[in-house]
Design a protein around this ligand. Structure first.
Ligand SMILES: C[S@@+](CC[C@H](N)C(=O)[O-])C[C@H]1O[C@@H](n2cnc3c(N)ncnc32)[C@H](O)[C@@H]1O
Length: 286
């Protein structure tokens, strides 16, 4: 009898232990909230970016462990999670829908990247993402345009990638192909170099320094290069990649040259592509 009671107690205790600890692993975890594809969002519905395109967008943005990636409209958190898991970046997802944001937080936990990823419940038009070095978007053309002034005011060199949608007249620096015809775009925030510059170091120009007047439309640069002897002036066209300017001109002998220069502390410091040992320095005059 005593033995029987002891056995019953043991079984009861085992059931208690199983219920409170290990047993749950055989029972599927039921999520209280399950999002559905194309469900309404504040400004745009939720559709997750396909994984292949998400990977290629982050690759095109050259995401590394030193980046801070912001996904604006984070959905289930997949882009922020991928940025942390595959590229070791720190990532923040901004999601307006509180249930979705909580769901994304659980996904972050499940993915084991809670130390690298934060999901903020918030509005992409109100949250401050100015510290991001990479911004990812899957919104709508009109929303991209609404964000554009804020994006253009970010630190030069900041990379922006967008699934499907463009940025109006700000042409992309790169187009990214996903599988199944999906497409994405990369922009690199250009520095502002519009104005008048005095350049020293350009050979065969008839004077030690030349004047360069630059106009800028996003990353596209046009202008006039004038030798100080006042004899020659020519239109030039160039391109900015963040803080890196490259432009072409013809020297006094008619030779085609390319200047590559970085904007460093307000100076354009660079070299001639065919003579990299000779420094070229541009100083802003107005
Ligand atoms: C098309 S989904 C993209 C999800 C994710 N970025 C991806 O690419 O997989 C857009 C997401 O933005 C959210 N959203 C819509 N308007 C928003 C706003 N004003 N602020 C923050 N999130 C918003 C939606 O709830 C939805 O989850």
């Amino acid at each position: 009898m005593l033995h029987y009671q002891f056995t019953l107690l043991t079984i009861f205790a085992s059931v208690l232990v199983l219920t409170s600890t290990g047993c749950s692993h055989s029972t599927p975890v039921v999520e209280a909230y399950q999002p559905t594809i194309a469900q309404e969002g504040k400004d745009v519905v939720w559709i997750p970016t396909p994984t292949d395109l998400a990977e290629r967008l982050l690759q095109a943005a050259k995401v590394t462990s030193s980046d801070l990636v912001y996904d604006l409209g984070a959905g289930d958190g997949k882009i922020a999670i991928l940025a942390a898991q595959k590229y070791k970046a720190t990532a923040v997802g901004v999601e307006f829908n509180p249930d979705m944001a909580e769901y994304a937080r659980k996904n972050v936990q499940r993915a084991g990247v809670s130390d690298k990823v934060t999901i903020i419940t918030g509005d992409i038009f109100k949250e401050d993402f100015s510290k991001a070095s990479v911004v990812t978007l899957y919104l709508l053309p009109a929303l991209n345009l609404k964000l554009r002034p804020t994006l253009l005011a970010m630190k030069p060199g900041t990379r922006i990638v967008s699934n499907t949608f463009t940025m109006g007249l700000w042409a992309a620096d790169q187009t990214i192909q996903g599988d199944n015809g999906n497409i994405g775009y990369l922009w690199i925030v250009p520095a502002n170099i519009q104005g008048h510059w005095s350049f020293a170091g350009l050979p065969d120009m008839g004077s030690a320094s030349v004047q360069l007047t630059l106009q800028q439309e996003f990353q596209v640069v046009n202008g006039t290069l004038s030798a100080n002897d006042g004899k020659s002036s020519q239109p030039i066209s160039g391109r900015l990649e963040g803080t890196k300017l490259s432009f072409d001109y013809r020297d006094a002998t008619g030779m085609h040259r390319t200047v590559v220069a970085q904007l460093i502390n307000g100076e354009l410091q660079g070299y001639l592509k065919d003579q990299p040992a000779i420094p070229v320095v541009g100083k802003k005059t107005s």
